[in-house]
Design a protein around this ligand. Sequence first.
Ligand code: AMP
Length: 434
Amino acid sequence: MPMGTYRVSPRGQGPRHSLWSLSESSVKEEEGEEDEGARRCLTPFEKLTTDMCRDEKTIKELTVGRRVGFYKVRGEIGAGTFSKVKLAFHALTKDKVAIKILDKTRLDLQAQRLLSREISTMESLQHPNVLRLYEVVETPSRLHLVLEYAGGGDLYTRITTEGRLHDALSKIVFAQVLSAMKHLHDNNIIHRDLKAENVLFTCQACVKVADFGFSTKVKSRSEILDTFCGSPPYAAPELFRDESYLGPAVDTWAMGVLLFFMVTGTMPFRADTVVRLRRCVLEGTYSLPTWVSAPCQRLIRGILRMDPSERCALDQMLGCEWLLPVEITRPLPPFQLNPRYLAEAGPGELEEEEEEVKAALEQLGITSEHIINNQGKGSRSPITGVYRILLHQGQRKRGVETPPMIRGVVKDPKRDSLRAYRSLRHTSKLCILA
Ligand code: AMP
């Protein structure tokens, strides 16, 4: 068995969908209004959709994959088992994005199911430490997931090239992952593939949990699961025992392995084959270097318990001494993923930031009429893509993704623990006093 992430074998065809419905209709409208068009300046949106149908260079770029929908594609920035990830720029907003490209001929039914789960999971989570999905673009041969760009690389590469994280950065990163995972579990979503490769840096200290390909939605947190997925070095003992398992406890174990890796730069359970790794994990013995602080050691030992029912729960982690006092990042106030409400709102009904997004769309030439005419496509609409990018730009400008800070010294861990836990509901920034 290979040591990498386990995935299903891809093959088969996905449903066909045309991105072109928008640009074709826009162009038809423009053809009918050619005289008028010649007289007035085209908006950026009109120019782009016209170029996509008429400009030879743009059409060639679309044909060879240098452009995907409204995005200009640049070099490769990563690769998964069945996907390539490329850097791209949105032609209208100029924002950088990451495009995960999947070959449809290699996606069998199971892989298609996982992909649609990945999309629905990302769309159901609204958290500053969860990677955003802007748009899905489908061409006859490929599927493209247009994602928020995380320019700081992944945690695995950071640690393997620069060594373990110092204690303060470990706290900041772990607290963000913890906050994101709590948001997932609160929404009955289990990640099932949490590992350092799937924690991406958007800046020096700000991280996003990514890759929801193995995620699953459970009816309740006590629902029993039985599909083994994820990466063996992060797999909980119950997975190696081929038992059915509880999703939250399996994610929690992976968080323990991740924390161990962050503070030591090594993995708690190491072996050169999966059989030996299984033995190691089932024995449950690992050694923590003495230079790892005592509160952090206690947290790791509390998480890496063989019995899932004894494993430290996320709420306990939030109040643990090592992370005290933590003002954990709050989930974002719910926002609309579909811009329709902008077109339907009456005067004075929109919040200030929503007015700003609407104005920015209009500046690009995207009117309420375009939004209404483009309904029913959800994330498969380029208008939705522009909207989500502009919305995210506005939220970032308002500081919802400000990196966490460490300040001061903890004097009264017990009192601060309670405050930290309460603050989960009342604060919007993550801030750790160490
Ligand atoms: P994945 O297919 O999701 O496992 O991604 C493979 C690799 O591509 C990751 O390990 C990252 O290095 C890179 N990558 C994936 N998504 C992004 C993103 N949104 N921003 C930057 N790099 C990414």
